[in-house]
Design a protein around this ligand. Sequence first.
Ligand SMILES: [Zn+2]
Length: 313
Amino acid sequence: MKLLLTVLLAGSAASARAAAQFRVVATVPDLADITRRVGGGLVKVDCLARGTEDIHQVVMRPSFVTRLNKADAVVYLGLSVEHAFLPGLLDVARNPRLRQDPDTLGCAGPGCIDCSEGVSALEKPATLSRAEGEIHPQGNPHYNLDPGEGARMARVIAAGLSRLDPEHAADYRKGLQDYLAELEPEVARLRKLAAPLRGLKAVSFHKDTAYLGRFTGLDFIDTLELKPGVAPTPAHLEDLVKEMRSQGVKLIVREQQYNPKVCEWLAEKTGARVAVIGTMAGALPDTDTFLKLGARNIQALLQAAAPARLTGT
Ligand SMILES: [Zn+2]
């Protein structure tokens, strides 16, 4: 009888635990991946943006509102990078845990886990002018392109989950340790692998390579876009051709969501090669995790940069 009771109690505890999974909405697949790794079976993670989307133009779907309305927490990159969808969704989701700050339109409730916490933001504008890079007002927000930021992001997520669900703090700490044990050697391996890129000059389509440049040592001198979020103009592209020729730039980095034709045109004009990278996990085949995307991007850069490195140009 005692045994039966124990079994019954264990069963009901397990189902209560399953039902009480902590509900997290992540804005991008990278954060969904890290949250799942840290939270394990304790969390149910939904993701909003698809990896193939442009984060500055994520299309809002009605299901996003329902998910945010029921969520215990939202995990996001911050630095206003989710400006196209998160403020609008928070406004209509009316979830007191994910309250919106009326001034900044940012997330201000207790369930907000802002993964930019503690980041040293690069390219902070000296003046807040709408005319200058209007979509990067708090500095460059694309830090998830730097594999070296993963550990900090995971720590912010673990701290956030522990704060909101203190009963399982020890589990989140263990999840974090297990993830870091896998992440840190892989990041060290990627850093070594990227060594031949150091000092090479490159251009990218969008201004999202500041942190990737810091990790790899690539020197990104300009972008195809006139300004962040402003499409390339013929005059700017002609200038870019001259600039790349005079500086011997042999590497063009195209984020997969941007126009391949204009990159091919530029490559033909300058003799440079194009590396296609992803800006979010899932952007390219077999890059469904933060680490896989980081590795794939480094490989793509090395492959496209190889001739320039070999000939010393
Ligand atoms: Zn951007």
